[in-house]
Each structure stands twice: as structure tokens, then as C-alpha cells.
Write a protein that binds this ligand. Structure first.
Ligand SMILES: [Zn+2]
Length: 222
């Protein structure tokens, strides 16, 4: 089969045998792809240093006739997040790893947009906003001005585990119009500041959404 080339992001690396790796890439045109990287754990392998997370890769592989394809070449491009932010970046990747399955064909542009958003915002709320953006792009997030249950537009909205709700649909943690404007602004512009209490509420909303969908990922730095 002809070799395939694509821009990619490394999602996972799993040791295989004595010297090889099975890698999971999120690629621009082919979605999530699992590949065998033969000998990639040998000190002499050029793959070793190039298969790094959080940077843009140019990967080439030969698709398998029946099973997994084989990595034939990889080059390392720009880093998408400064080294000092690696912890947050890897958190976002662990979320992406659970969101995008093989054969989905999507995810690369979403993760890249989320990492770019994070890179332009401070540690902490930057990760919350990036995770929110990633979930919004998968359709897990509703309108910030309306009840996610009945669709009614309302000033008074509260957060329940599964979303925003109006007083008629239920009670929960207050999410004021100011907080909702702050969230929308924060997603739009790196110049918008978010009060700490608002950032905490927002983080809790994201963690609730993740739990709701069976992805128990904490965004708090330990
Ligand atoms: Zn409602």
C-alpha cells in the first residue's frame, strides 16, 4: 500500500516488545491512527526523540493490509505549548485520548485550537477554558444564556451535574450572568481576566461534565 503522510499530534505511546512502540496519533486528515514504530525505543532510533507530545509532527506511515500500519518517518515541528506548561498540556491530551477514537476522523484541529487557547492564557484557568472549548467542539456544551434542559432563555441559571438549568427545571450552583459573560469573554480573548472564584466554579462545571460522560479527569494541579 502507498505511504501516507499527514500532520499529527502524539496522543499515546505504548511499549511493545523489547524495542518498539505502538503509538496513537491524532492526524489532521486521517483522524486517530494507531501505528507500530519499530525499534523506536532503541537509543539509536531517530524516532526516539522525535516522538514527543505537544508538538506538531509530520508523520509518514504504511497502512497495514489488515491490521496496524507501520511508521516509516517522523519529523518534529513547532511546540504548541511551552515546556513549563507540559503538565496542563498532558492533561488536555489525556482528555483528547478518551474523546477521539480510531476511525473518528476528527480531533486534530480541535486539540490544536484548545492548546493555542491555553498557551495564551495563564496556568489554571487556561486549562479549564481549553477543556471547555474541546468539549464545546464535541457538542457537549450548550448555550450559556439558556437552560440546557428546556431551552428557555433566562438570567437566573444554575449548574447541575449535567448542565445549566433554569429555576423551573431545577436548582444547583449559581452561575450568574456575569460569570457566563466572563466565560464567553475568556474564550474569545486572552486579555479578559477571570476572578478566582469564577475560575473555580467553571473548573467544577468542566469536571462535572467529564464525570457525567464517564471521564473522571481532575483538572486540579496536585
Ligand atoms: Zn429549564
Amino acid at each position: 500500500m502507498a505511504e501516507v503522510r499527514d500532520a499529527a499530534l502524539l496522543l499515546r505511546r505504548i511499549p511493545h516488545g523489547d524495542t518498539s512502540l505502538i503509538i496513537h496519533l491524532l492526524t489532521r486528515e486521517h483522524g486517530r491512527v494507531a501505528l507500530m514504530a519499530r525499534g523506536a525505543r532503541r537509543a539509536s532510533s531517530p524516532f526516539r526523540a522525535r516522538l514527543a507530545p505537544l508538538c506538531e509532527l509530520r508523520a509518514a506511515w504504511r497502512p497495514g493490509r489488515t491490521g496496524m500500519g507501520t511508521l516509516t518517518d517522523v519529523e518534529r515541528g513547532a511546540l504548541w505549548l511551552p515546556e513549563a506548561r507540559a503538565w496542563e498540556g498532558l492533561k488536555l491530551l489525556s482528555l483528547a485520548e478518551k474523546l477521539f477514537r480510531e476511525g473518528d476522523g476528527a480531533g486534530f484541529d480541535d486539540v490544536r485550537a484548545a492548546l493555542a487557547l491555553m498557551a495564551a492564557r495563564p496556568r489554571g484557568p487556561g486549562l479549564t477554558a481549553a477543556a471547555w472549548l474541546l468539549l464545546a467542539r464535541q457538542g457537549w456544551v450548550g448555550d450559556l444564556d439558556a437552560c440546557w434542559q428546556c431551552g428557555a432563555r433566562a438570567d437566573a441559571l444554575a449548574w447541575r451535574r449535567d448542565g445549566l438549568c433554569c429555576p423551573a427545571c431545577g436548582a444547583g450552583l449559581e452561575v450568574s450572568p456575569g460569570l457566563r459573560r466572563g466565560m464567553a469573554g475568556y474564550l474569545q480573548s486572552p486579555r479578559v481576566a477571570l476572578p478566582q472564584a469564577d475560575a473555580r466554579t467553571w473548573r467544577r462545571m468542566v469536571e462535572d461534565l467529564l464525570r457525567q460522560h464517564g471521564l473522571g479527569i481532575s483538572l486540579e494541579e496536585d
